[in-house]
Design a protein. Structure first.
Length: 256
């Protein structure tokens, strides 16, 4: 129920011309309203990540602990987890090495549908240059693979779907204790070249979500190019037409 509400709300808001941050914020309120009206489970919640590509520019908005990475021959995490462990890292209480194996690394600090009247929707915008890729993944991937292992697979090369399959298989081989959701989006061949030393980022941000269920690990894998004229939504969401290239990924984590 939460996934349907979040997806439908974001689609509706984007169609009306809302920005990603406002659309995600409205989705949060819609989940709360539905729960109060007796639709779906009491206290239901979800995380969400949305990627929008408009010509040469991209934007990501998110709530939760799924991640976004920018690949430009090197891997860079462009998201900041909404998690307890991230807060410990920010305060200097633990090191990055300790964060990798912290027993509470899967505890998130906010979600859509939580008791907060408003959630903090983080977002990032930047220039999407030729040869770059944006990787969105659930913690089912980065819990099993360190960033260096993800980078090693991406460096092997190949089409996006092949790389997605390799990443998922590697996560499952490492144990695959959780659902693994991966999306890889490549910049268009018509995109501008990256300037030497440039990050391509306009401001700070983050990214993806995965489904938390009682079932064994399942796989959601998607790979598409951003260089076309179609608007697309993944994971059970219909297309959105906003007269610009829009790629929106919504992967929902049910918390209850």
């Amino acid at each position: 129920m939460a996934s349907a509400i979040v997806s439908e709300t974001i689609v509706s808001e984007v169609r009306k011309g809302a920005g990603l941050v406002d659309a995600v914020q409205q989705a949060h309120r819609s989940v709360i309203d539905a729960s109060e009206e007796g639709h779906g489970a009491q206290g239901m919640g979800s995380t969400v990540v949305v990627l929008q590509v408009r010509g040469e520019e991209f934007e990501v908005a998110w709530v939760g602990d799924s991640r976004a990475y920018l690949w430009s021959g090197e891997l860079r995490q462009i998201s900041r987890d909404h998690s307890y462990v991230q807060k410990l890292l920010d305060s200097g209480a633990i090191t990055e090495e300790e964060a990798l194996y912290h027993p509470n690394r899967n505890i998130i600090t906010q979600s859509l549908g939580s008791d907060l009247s408003d959630v903090v929707v983080d977002n990032i915008a930047g220039r999407f240059c030729r040869g770059q890729k944006i990787l969105l993944c659930s913690d089912g991937l980065n819990d099993e693979l360190q960033d260096s292992e993800i980078a090693f697979i991406l460096k092997e090369g190949g089409d996006d779907q092949t790389l997605v399959n390799k990443l998922i298989q590697a996560a499952l081989t490492h144990g695959g204790k959780d659902n693994v959701s991966v999306l890889l989006v490549s910049a268009s061949e018509d995109a501008p070249n990256e300037l030497p030393g440039a990050t391509g980022l306009a401001r700070d941000v983050a990214v993806i979500s995965h489904e938390d269920s009682t079932e064994n690990s399942t796989v959601n894998s998607t790979s598409r190019s951003a260089g076309n004229n179609n608007s697309k939504l993944w994971i059970g969401v219909s297309s959105v037409i906003v007269s610009l290239i829009v790629i929106i990924l919504i992967l929902i984590i049910f918390l209850f």
